[in-house]
Design a protein around this ligand. Structure first.
Ligand code: ZN
Length: 630
């Protein structure tokens, strides 16, 4: 099926059909199919929140004031995105400063997009106030019982708004094409600290009453809140770590190079424009590695491994301060503009800080991961410039294509135009589109004008088209290589051919990346005796390093190495980060003996999972249940 698709696309491409013509219809490319809003008619300019965080009812309740910028003089309706919100009352601010009640209608909920909120008005009010409550099941909020935190004494709340979950805790235009400033007044339990993607103060008094201001305009997916027993420790004048007391010291040690990282990125791509840059370490149930909430990256504790070998995650979230937070994709079909650029910048920062060998190893791992993932993807999902995602949840359409193929394309441009020219181009691109939301065509136009026009021979139109509009990886792409991985390949092959024992392998100086490469190169099923030998020598079973666990445990499942099962159960219950646990669930579901075990572990673990992780595991378990397959 994949081949048929590819052949069809190649023919279409030769006829010039498949080339998305944004030049002829840029508006269609800007259109966000995941939002009910009509930003061409009216836009939110500023948001003012006044919310009470109630842990007993797992609810946020209060008001959202939307300051509006009317673009169409004839418009008399405001359409907003909501999901599971209880809308109590809507008011419009009159010219005399008083408030007038407005009529509103909340549509029935669409399973992916939620409910459209329509607010009718006789004239164009400049401020609309909505009184509302969130549902305890809000998809963008996770409420953790004290037992699910590191400290075990206080509850914890955190948000995850990307891609379209902001609408589950704020009624707004939930589309990255709209940027606005915001302020907030948050009340909660006196012993808890509240933080937002805004101006968090390191010396804030802990009293349950907090105010925030975000002066740089941001898209809704960067709205963020966290409340818990959080303490701060500085790394530098403008950077530090927020974490539960039990995690604070180890996090500060792991991420001590954050200020150097900021300076390195600034030297490459221009000044950091968001004032402070702090890290918030979340409990292990956080479904992602990190989330680039502006001024306050949300970070999984699973990258605290003691040797700084996974700090590229911080480089990634920090890089978003340029690629994504500063220059945003206008809709989710162009997310490669966000994640591809960020993966590229991340790797450049890793190279500058940790050396070219580290950067090469990380590239080989990610390119291998992309190739493996592409085997499972429909041809249309392998395109950098995705077709409209109508009816699909953008979370489910997000793959390594946006990240790694996007990065690979930018590496290709760097190779062809030379690093110096490409660095200057990228820096000017971030300046040119700063605080804007754009589509792929705008990037390509800028590329043509600023880089291709100066050196027309460097790349061809066909090459550009292959990267942007064809599935797979172009045949002319240069794959990453790593000399250190070549040495790992030799060591692995000596072990597999019984030339050396596991204990004799030269692993003393191996980093996480070398271990990952070692594990990834092992056969998909292994002889029990060799697995036992590896486990005895390196204690993979029970490892606290999630990058190793996510590769070792599936291998044990496929090989029938049941001794690892108790440790697998413990791992799947302790960690909620989707990338780390899904490969093990997938291996278990594929295994006749593993399916029941997977169901049992999930039943025990799901209370601690984020709704996003729960949805992924349920989708995996569901088909076999529906068909009654053994
Ligand atoms: Zn990212």
């Amino acid at each position: 099926m994949k081949r048929v698709w590819r052949a069809m696309l190649v023919v279409a491409s030769a006829l010039g059909v498949v080339c998305v013509s944004w030049a002829s219809d840029p508006l269609a490319r800007l259109q966000d199919e995941h939002s009910y809003a009509q930003p061409e008619r009216v836009r939110i300019r500023d948001l003012g929140l006044d919310l009470r965080v109630d842990f007993s009812s797992k609810q946020l309740s209060g008001t959202a004031d939307l300051s509006l910028d009317w673009r169409d003089p004839a418009a008399r309706e405001l359409l907003l995105d909501t999901r599971d919100l209880d809308i109590v009352r809507v008011l419009g601010r009159s010219r005399d400063g008083g408030w007038r009640k407005l009529k509103f209608a909340l549509d029935a909920a669409d399973p992916v997009f939620g409910s459209k909120l329509s607010i009718a008005m006789r004239r164009q009010y400049d401020v609309v106030r909505i009184r509302y409550r969130t549902a305890s099941s809000a998809s963008g909020l996770q409420w953790l019982e004290p037992a699910m935190t590191a400290g075990g004494k206080h509850p914890f709340l955190f948000s995850q708004s990307q891609a379209i979950h902001a609408r589950s805790w704020v009624p707004l235009q939930d589309t990255p094409s709209v940027r606005y400033t915001y302020s907030a007044h948050i009340e909660t339990d006196a012993e808890l600290m509240a933080l937002m993607s805004a101006d968090n103060m390191p010396d804030e008094t802990r009293d349950g009453d907090y105010v925030f201001r975000m002066r740089q305009p941001i898209p809704s997916y960067l709205m963020a809140i966290a409340v818990g027993d959080l303490r701060f420790k500085a790394i530098s004048e403008r950077s530090g770590v927020w974490a539960e007391p039990a995690t604070l010291e180890s996090a500060v040690a792991e991420f001590a190079d954050t200020e150097r990282m900021i300076q390195t990125t600034e030297a490459l791509y221009g000044p950091y424009r968001w004032e402070r840059y702090d890290l918030l370490i979340l409990p292990p149930s956080f479904p992602f590695g990190g989330m680039e909430n502006p001024r306050l990256s949300f970070i999984t504790p699973t990258v605290i491994v003691g040797d700084k070998s996974l700090v590229s995650l911080i480089a990634h979230e920090l890089a978003h301060s340029w690629s994504g937070n500063l220059v945003t994709n206008a809709s989710w079909k162009d997310i490669w503009l966000n994640e591809g650029f960020t993966s590229y910048v991340e790797n450049r920062v890793v190279e500058a800080l940790l050396g070219v060998e580290q950067a090469q190893m990380e590239n080989v791992i990610s390119q291998n991961g992309l190739k493996a993932e592409m085997q499972q993807l429909a041809a249309s999902d392998q395109l950098l410039v995705l077709p409209a995602l109508t009816g699909r949840d953008p979370d489910q359409a997000l793959t390594d294509v946006a990240y790694v193929k996007g990065q690979w394309f930018l590496m290709f441009l760097e190779q062809r135009f030379g690093r110096e020219a490409f660095d200057a181009f990228l820096r000017s691109y971030f300046d040119h589109f700063a605080f804007q939301s754009i589509h792929s065509g705008q990037f390509v136009d800028y590329l043509r004008a600023e880089l291709m026009a100066r050196e027309p021979e460097a790349i061809s139109a066909l090459e550009l088209d292959a990267w942007l509009h064809e599935p797979g990886i172009p045949e002319f792409a240069v794959a990453a290589t790593s000399a250190r991985f070549a040495a790992v390949d030799v060591a692995r092959s000596n072990f597999l051919n019984s030339k050396v024992t596991a204990a004799e392998l030269p692993t003393t100086a191996w980093t996480t990346q070398e271990w990952v490469h070692f594990l990834e190169g092992l056969p998909s099923r292994m002889d029990g005796a060799q697995l036992v030998e590896l486990d005895a020598a390196f204690s993979f079973t029970g490892t606290r390093n999630g990058e190793l666990a996510q590769r070792w445990y599936p291998l044990t499942v496929r090989s029938g190495y049941f001794e690892a099962r108790p440790a697998i159960a413990e791992f799947l219950k302790r960690i909620g980060r989707r990338k780390l646990i899904m490969p093990t669930y997938e291996a278990l579901v594929d295994d006749p003996d593993g399916r029941g075990f997977a169901r049992d572990v999930f039943a025990a673990a799901r209370a601690g999972y984020h709704p996003i992780t729960t949805a992924s595991v349920e989708a995996l378990l569901a088909p076999s249940e529906a068909t009654g397959a053994p």
